[in-house]
Design a protein around this ligand. Structure first.
Ligand code: CO
Length: 138
């Protein structure tokens, strides 16, 4: 066992243009169904979570033109948007990340979907992958 800050993969997020079409595709191809769907107004996104074992595939689509996901789709097209790792304590994990010198997007943790607490690490600091730290609050 290691003392990694990352306890599990919470979700892998995929940016899509048509959320219903993506949900239908996962159902048709994999027999997978949506467990949770939520509009996150502050981020300008709607997400659908498809459970895979103890993690999720998060299908993500913009709800407005100035959403970061809208910009992502414009620049890079559909595809992998970010990887989210579970941490026990988002604030402590973020402090450790900042202390290591890594560049972060969120200077302090903020509310995510499903009542989680989240923070994002800048992709330029992490080999091109946007990383989200997720604290699951029960
Ligand atoms: Co996410």
């Amino acid at each position: 066992m290691s003392d990694s800050l990352l306890t599990e993969i919470d979700h892998v997020a995929i940016a899509v243009r048509d959320l219903d079409a993506a949900i239908a595709w996962y159902a048709e191809v994999f027999g997978a169904s949506v467990e949770h769907r939520e509009v996150v107004e502050s981020d300008g996104v709607e997400e659908a979570l498809v459970r895979v074992a103890d993690s999720y595939v998060q299908l993500l689509t913009p709800t407005r033109d100035d959403s970061p996901v809208a910009k992502f789709l414009e620049k890079q097209g559909e595809g992998l948007h970010h990887v989210a790792y579970r941490v026990v304590n988002c604030a402590l994990a973020l402090d450790a990340v900042k202390a290591s010198g890594a560049r972060v997007i969120d200077d302090t943790p903020r509310p995510g979907s499903r009542g989680t607490t989240v923070a994002f690490i800048h992709p330029r600091a992490s080999f091109g992958t946007l990383i989200e730290l997720v604290q699951v609050n029960s």
